[in-house]
Design a protein around this ligand. Structure first.
Ligand code: B12
Length: 456
């Protein structure tokens, strides 16, 4: 009897310093792999390696390797592809980076999948099995999400963070200049059927202590959000997600969020300066009642906030960091991101900075000398290195003892002993990781091979 066709899924890490373990807060179950596993016909054998937590057994026999790519993992994905190519195994890549940079990815992968996998994955496998693969696969339409049911059995035996990742829908209608989501989904939003989400979450209740809806804006469609929250309420789960400030403007929605078990939302405040919000096209943060009132309402509803801020827009100066930090501490934010602006390939921001001649490295994600946290463009109001340093200093101050203790006093962070304990664990982990993330190489620093280009 002939051996079944075998596909190997690989989830790459961003990079690693020789001998150092990968960042713990980034070790969650990778949903793209579970999606691909579910779309793979049963007669195809499969295995999975998570490069973030185990060594890849490159010599294990396989017929095809499928790698998911993001901009920060692209260099590592190309290293992994070279290892397989050296052994004569073809590689297919998909995901955000492959879709937004298909030419570049095509130099490192025998096939590239543009966009979502649902409509094309089975066809690609058929072509490989028949020996007639194409270079590019792209679905003609955005898939109907009723078929997007992940197969999480592929993760068994690994020590991921105890968080269950679930999609309620895909995309966000806003068109912020810097965001890869709008570049990938074209500012569209599709929802999964509510009852299907409820069944998926109910089945995960026992293995996941916390559900993370990975939607970029869970409140993007208030009608759908209301229906979903109502259906989640009887499950008595605890969940977190990402949402826009829209959530804080609707008292009824806030009440339903809380009743359904929502314990926190990551909200992109981005900037305290209206001129920056205008430049980045973040209209949703400029409409309505402002940040102070939004925070007061979220506090009243008991929703913890993971606030994110981006620095490096043209109206930013060193004083912008003080303003954001003071706001975040005053409102007892649970966690916070103080990030420098990143020109992600394929976004309008990348195009603008390139046309203004402000990119320091054109393909910074491929540059051997580039390190995580390095600013790859010339900001208007400060030097690139000053921007990096101020982001780091602000993170250290936010996660320092003084701020942590002040924020611990905030009613939404100390609702009960469990909340307070998790507050200290999460803040401690983020404090620890500031230094571990800084200067992380893209790709495996110990890898000594040669990048081998695709064979066709
Ligand atoms: C959950 C999440 C995380 C989690 C980790 C998830 C995990 N599993 O470990 C956390 C919070 C830790 C995280 C961290 C980071 N993240 Co993140 N994250 C997400 C988020 C919100 C959801 C990802 C997800 O599960 N989606 C659901 C799956 C099913 O969708 P998908 O990945 O798009 O897969 C589909 C297609 O793309 C395609 N596909 C994908 N891979 C492949 C592979 C093949 C072979 C094929 C055929 C098809 C295919 O088919 C799939 C099904 O249709 C996305 C945004 C988003 N909406 O996707 C950002 C996102 C992926 N993250 C992003 C970033 C930048 C980061 C960080 C660098 C942030 C930071 N500075 O710390 C880190 C890096 C961590 C790392 N890579 O190790 C960016 C990537 C941008 C880019 N252009 O590459 C995104 C897009 C957010 C954004 N707004 O820009 N992240």
């Amino acid at each position: 009897m002939s051996r079944p066709f075998h596909v190997t899924f690989v989830h790459p890490c961003i990079g690693r310093r020789p001998g150092q373990a990968y960042l713990r807060t980034w070790q969650m179950e990778p949903l793209p792999v579970a999606m691909l596993a579910a779309l793979t016909p049963p007669e195809v054998a499969r295995s999975f390696h998570d490069d973030r937590m185990e060594a890849i057994p490159f010599d294990a026999p396989t017929d095809l390797v499928a790698i998911s790519t993001e901009v920060y993992t692209a260099r590592r994905a190309y290293q992994i592809a070279s290892e397989y190519r050296r052994r004569g195994v073809p590689v297919v890549m998909g995901g955000f980076h492959a879709s937004l940079m298909p030419e570049e990815t095509g130099r490192h992968a025998e096939s590239v999948v543009l966009g979502e996998a649902e409509e094309v994955w089975a066809e690609l496998l058929d072509d490989y099995r028949a020996g007639t693969p194409r270079k590019r696969y792209a679905a003609a339409t955005r898939p109907d999400l009723t078929r997007s049911l992940p197969d999480r059995s592929i993760f068994s035996g690994r020590r991921y963070l105890p968080v269950g990742l679930v999609e309620a829908g895909r995309g966000c209608r806003h068109a912020c200049e810097f965001c890869s989501i709008q570049a990938f989904y074209g500012s569209t939003r599709r929802n999964r059927p509510v009852q299907q989400i409820v069944r998926e979450v109910a089945a995960m209740k026992d293995r996941s202590r916390l559900i993370f809806f990975v939607d970029d804006n869970i409140v993007a469609d208030p009608g759908f959000a209301g229906e979903l929250l109502e259906a989640l309420t009887p499950l008595r789960i605890r969940w977190v997600s990402q949402g826009s400030l829209q959530a804080a403007r609707d008292p009824d929605l806030l009440e339903r969020l809380r009743a359904s078990g929502c314990e926190g939302l990551l909200i992109g405040f981005e900037s305290m300066a209206p001129d920056n919000l205008r430049q980045m096209g973040k209209a949703v943060n400029r409409d309505g009642s402002g940040f102070e009132e939004a925070m007061a309402r979220l506090k009243h509803a008991g929703i913890r906030v993971y606030g994110t801020f981006v620095f490096g827009y043209d109206h930013d100066t060193p004083a912008s960091f003080e303003a954001a930090l003071a706001f975040a501490i005053r409102h007892g934010m649970y966690l916070c991101g103080f990030n420098h602006l990143v020109p992600m390939p394929g976004t309008p921001l990348y195009q603008r900075l390139a046309s203004e001649g402000r990119l320091l490295h054109e393909a910074w994600w491929l540059d051997e000398a580039y390190r995580y946290n390095q600013v790859p463009f010339r900001p208007a109001g400060m030097a690139p290195e000053e921007l990096r340093r101020l982001c780091l200093d602000t993170r250290r101050r936010f996660y320092g003892w003084n701020s942590t203790l002040r924020r611990a006093m905030h009613p939404s962070n100390r609702q009960d002993l469990r909340f307070l304990t998790w507050f200290f664990i999460m803040n401690g982990l983020h404090r620890l990781e500031i230094g571990l993330r800084d200067g992380l190489p893209l790709g495996d620093g110990a890898w000594r091979g040669q990048l081998l280009e695709a064979t066709r």
